[in-house]
Design a protein. Sequence first.
Length: 180
Amino acid sequence: MKKVTFYLASFLIASSLLVTPRAVEAQSVDATADSEIIKTLERNCSSVRVTIKNIHTNDALTRVNVGQRYNSISTKLMARLNGRLAINKLDSSKLVNITNEFESTRLKFNSNYNDYDTAMTDLQRANCSNNVADYYQKLTVAREARNKLSEDVKILDELLVRYKEEVQAIKNSLSGGSNE
């Protein structure tokens, strides 16, 4: 029983130390602003291309770090704690459900990132000085793909909060209901 309490406490400490990334949501644009945006793209084509390249590079680095964190949380914390609870014949069904949902969303995040990366690569290959309308369309696709990633991160963060709350509830039930 002491090992289970140790693992629960370790998970709570580790999860509180993890800094979950905050996705930056791409700005949405209404149809009336499209012509103004296209004019701005025409005027600032070269600086827009540099900015897009920088965003793509930074996002790739962030994706690697975030992906590794989510993978570690899933395999090194959640799966191990769930296994330890099962070995000790403690009801961890809520944790298992949250873990399954987390893993499913993590895989969706990976897939959505690949879509986003493809959209950004297409955008970088496009030329805003030759065909501004096509460039803007590719920019819109990349924006939508980035927003999907933002939603995935929000869901993953919510699942981590739920998991932590459930771990705390199990810890409290093992220690007789105290909130320490």
